[in-house]
Design a protein around this ligand. Structure first.
Ligand SMILES: [Zn+2]
Length: 197
C-alpha cells in the first residue's frame, strides 16, 4: 500500500504504473489519476498551455538541462525496451487498444488529427503506401523506411512524384526509392501519368 500524491488515497502497489524513465520504479500518482490527467489535458488544452508556460518560464534552465541529460542517458535503452514490450504483448495490446478506443474514441480522433497536422509528410507517405500496395506496386525488397524518409524530407512547395507512374499508360513503375523524385506541383500535374513525358 502507498498513498497517491494526487488523490491522496492509499492504494495497492498494482494501482501504480511503472515509470517510463525508471522502469523498475513505480509512478507517484496512481494509474487512475494519470489517466484522468491525460483526459483533462486534452479537454483543456489552452488552460494547460498557460499553466505549462508559466511553469516553464520559471524553471527554464533546470528543465532544459534535466531533459537533455535524461534524453542522452536513456534514449537507446527506452527505445529498445518499448519495442520488445510491443512485440511480446502484441495481442494483449490490441485488445486493450480496441477497448480504449471504444471508450475514448473522440479523444483518439483528436489525437490522430493533431498528429496528422504536425506530420503532413508522413501522412502522404502512408497514403501513397496504401495506394501502392492496393495496386501491388511494392516489391518485397522495397526500403519502406527510406521511402517514408523521402516523403518526410520533401522540400516545402514540392511534391513527391513517381518517375515511372504507378499506373502508367504503357508501363507501370514501382513504389521504390529510386522511382521517387521531388517536383513542383505544376510540373507534377503537367506530367500526370505519362511516361516518358
Ligand atoms: Zn490517485
Amino acid at each position: 500500500m502507498r498513498a497517491c500524491v494526487v488523490c491522496k488515497r492509499r492504494k495497492s502497489l498494482e494501482s501504480f504504473g511503472f515509470s517510463h524513465i525508471h522502469p523498475k520504479r513505480r509512478n507517484k500518482s496512481c494509474k487512475n489519476c494519470i489517466q484522468k490527467g491525460t483526459i483533462w489535458n486534452q479537454r483543456h488544452k489552452s488552460k494547460r498551455n498557460i499553466i505549462q508556460k508559466h511553469y516553464f518560464s520559471r524553471n527554464k534552465d533546470r528543465i532544459l538541462s534535466a531533459q537533455r541529460s535524461m534524453y542522452d542517458k536513456y534514449r537507446n535503452r527506452e527505445r529498445l525496451r518499448s519495442k520488445q514490450y510491443r512485440i511480446l504483448h502484441k495481442q494483449e495490446r490490441q485488445v486493450k487498444q480496441k477497448k480504449y478506443y471504444r471508450q475514448y474514441h473522440e479523444l483518439c480522433k483528436l489525437r490522430v488529427k493533431s498528429w496528422a497536422n504536425r506530420n503532413p509528410g508522413k501522412v502522404r507517405a502512408i497514403t501513397r503506401k496504401h495506394q501502392a500496395s492496393r495496386d501491388h506496386r511494392i516489391p518485397a525488397w522495397a526500403n519502406l523506411k527510406a521511402i517514408s524518409m523521402f516523403y518526410k524530407n520533401c522540400p516545402k512547395g514540392m511534391v513527391v512524384d513517381h518517375i515511372i507512374p504507378l499506373k502508367g499508360q504503357q508501363i507501370s513503375g514501382l513504389h521504390i526509392l529510386s522511382n521517387l523524385q521531388y517536383l513542383t506541383p505544376r510540373e507534377n500535374s503537367r506530367k500526370s501519368n505519362k511516361y516518358p513525358y
